[in-house]
Every structure is written in structure tokens, then in C-alpha cells.
Design a protein. Structure first.
Length: 306
């Protein structure tokens, strides 16, 4: 082999080796770029999957929140199937979200699940919308019923007030009529007498006490026999006598010092009622009360001296 041939041979080998190295380098670079591209695509798929999952989860949570806000008003719904539809759609969505939460990359199966999930959420939106419309309608009906009840209560209150006023007026009228029938007396006096039935100024020598008064004319009062009762209370606060019978007054039974029946014909009448003293009386204030027909006609204190 000549020198020129050797130069050509070695030159060809060197060129071949350079080309081979270049090809190998290009193949290695291409593989790395392919790997980087696949990694980038994987990250992109993962981010896209997470974004889709987050967006659909947020929509589902918002719908659940809207529903739960009025969940305590389900008892007012007559359409029980609406609640069943909501619960069924909610269960399907929760199952799809659970399946998607275990996936990291976007693929045909997951894309199909996402589309299915979007459809279920759209269905749930329609159910919740219908539910809220029903709640609103029932709320308006209940508000109307509430206003009607309030109006009825106001009318009843007004009627009760009117009835109470009528009862009070009737009671006042009855009291007025009752008082109109009450006898009126004037000139009430207390006089002491000695054993000769003479007026005695010294109370310690009194053997008899006399209560005198005048009954005024009253055409409203019922005519007929009237029982007049007197009570004489000593300065010590004790009722004198007590053998004059008893009578009713203000729901209680009271003992009388003495009493007398008098024929009353609606005209003026002068009445005297006597009580025989059974022990020595002391000077001081003696309270005299006169009663008839359940009324206390007068009450007055008289100073009796020694």
C-alpha cells in the first residue's frame, strides 16, 4: 500500500468515527428532549386534572352549601321525590370525585369521568334550583298565612278588648244600679240614757245606749221590711253586746250589737235602735256603724264623757 493510499484510508476511518460520534450524540440529545417533553406533558396533565377536580369539587360544595342552608325546611316540602333525587345525584357525584381523587394524570377514562361528573353536577344544579324555588314559594305562602294569623289575632285582641270594656261597663252599671238601691241615712247620733230613760251625759252612769238616724227617701230601693243592724265598738276596740244577731257584709258574717225591723215605703223614716248596757262603760270614743241590705250606711265616732 502506497503512502497516499494509507493517508486516504486513515482519513476515511477518522471521518467515519466522527460521523458515528455525531450520530450517537444526536440520538442521546433527542432521547433527553423526548423525556423532558414527556415529563412536561405529565406535569401538565396532572395540573389539568387537579384543576378540573378542584373546580368541580368547588361547584359541588357550593351546591351542598346552598341546599343545607334550607335543609331544616324540608318538613314543609310536599314533594319528597325532590329530596330523593338530590340525595341520589349527590351520591353519584361523591363516588366520581372519590374515583378521580386517586388519579394523577389525565387520560381517556378520566376525561370520560370528568364529563360524567359535569353532567351530574348540572343535574344537581337543576334539583337545587327547583328546591330553592319551592322553599321560596312555601316561605311566601307561610308569610301570607302568618300575616293572616296576625290579622286574626289582632281582630281577636280588639274583640277581647271590646268585650272587656263591655264587661267593665256592665260591672260599673251593675254597681251603679246596686248603689242606687242603697239606702242613705243622715243625722246619725249616739245617745246615752240613765235608768229612768233620761238623757245621761255621764257615760259611766249609762244604762242604755240609743242610735238614732234618718232614712232618706229612695224610689230605687225596694220597699218593704228592712233589717237595720248597728255595731257599737268601745274605746278598747271591743264590740258591745253581740247578741243583736248577725248579718253578711263584704263576704263575711258580722255580729251586731242590736238590730231592728222597720217598714220602709221609700219615704223618709226616723229610726232609733237601743241597746241595754250590761256593764259600766268608760269615757272615750265609741264607733257606731249602721248596716242594711248588705251595705254599710254610715260609720262615725262619738266622744262620750264622764
Amino acid at each position: 500500500m502506497t503512502k497516499n493510499q494509507k493517508v486516504i484510508l486513515f482519513g476515511s476511518i477518522a471521518v467515519f468515527l466522527c460521523l458515528a460520534g455525531l450520530i450517537v450524540s444526536l440520538l442521546i440529545t433527542q432521547n433527553k428532549e423526548t423525556e423532558r417533553a414527556e415529563e412536561a406533558q405529565a406535569r401538565l396533565d396532572s395540573l389539568s386534572m387537579a384543576n378540573d377536580r378542584l373546580q368541580l369539587t368547588n361547584e359541588f360544595n357550593q351546591l351542598s352549601s346552598d341546599f343545607q342552608q334550607y335543609e331544616d325546611q324540608q318538613v314543609y316540602l310536599k314533594n319528597d321525590s325532590l329530596i330523593s333525587q338530590y340525595n341520589e345525584a349527590r351520591a353519584r357525584i361523591e363516588q366520581l370525585l372519590k374515583e378521580l381523587n386517586g388519579e394523577k394524570r389525565r387520560n381517556d377514562t378520566n376525561v370520560k369521568r370528568i364529563k360524567q361528573l359535569e353532567g351530574e353536577i348540572a343535574t344537581l344544579k337543576g334539583i337545587v334550583k327547583h328546591y330553592l324555588e319551592e322553599i321560596k314559594r312555601l316561605g311566601e305562602e307561610n308569610e301570607g298565612l302568618k300575616r293572616e294569623i296576625e290579622q286574626v289575632q289582632q281582630k281577636n285582641q280588639a274583640l277581647e278588648t271590646q268585650n272587656e270594656t263591655t264587661r267593665r261597663d256592665n260591672a260599673e252599671l251593675a254597681q251603679t244600679v246596686r248603689l242606687a238601691k242603697k239606702l242613705n241615712i243622715t243625722n246619725l247620733s249616739l245617745q246615752s240614757y240613765n235608768k229612768k230613760d233620761k238623757v245621761e251625759k255621764n257615760i259611766t252612769k249609762a244604762r242604755k245606749l240609743g242610735v238614732n238616724f234618718t232614712v232618706s227617701p229612695n224610689n230605687t230601693a225596694a220597699a218593704g221590711m228592712k233589717d237595720f243592724y248597728i255595731r257599737i265598738v268601745s274605746p278598747e276596740g271591743e264590740l258591745l253586746g253581740g247578741n243583736g244577731g248577725s248579718f253578711s257584709y263584704d263576704g263575711a258574717s258580722l255580729a251586731a250589737t242590736a238590730h231592728r225591723k222597720v217598714e220602709y215605703d221609700n219615704k223618709e223614716a226616723h229610726v232609733s235602735i237601743y241597746w241595754n248596757v250590761n256593764s259600766t262603760l268608760v269615757p272615750g270614743g265609741y264607733r257606731v256603724e249602721v248596716f242594711c241590705d248588705g251595705y254599710r250606711l254610715d260609720s262615725r265616732e262619738f266622744q262620750m264623757k264622764k
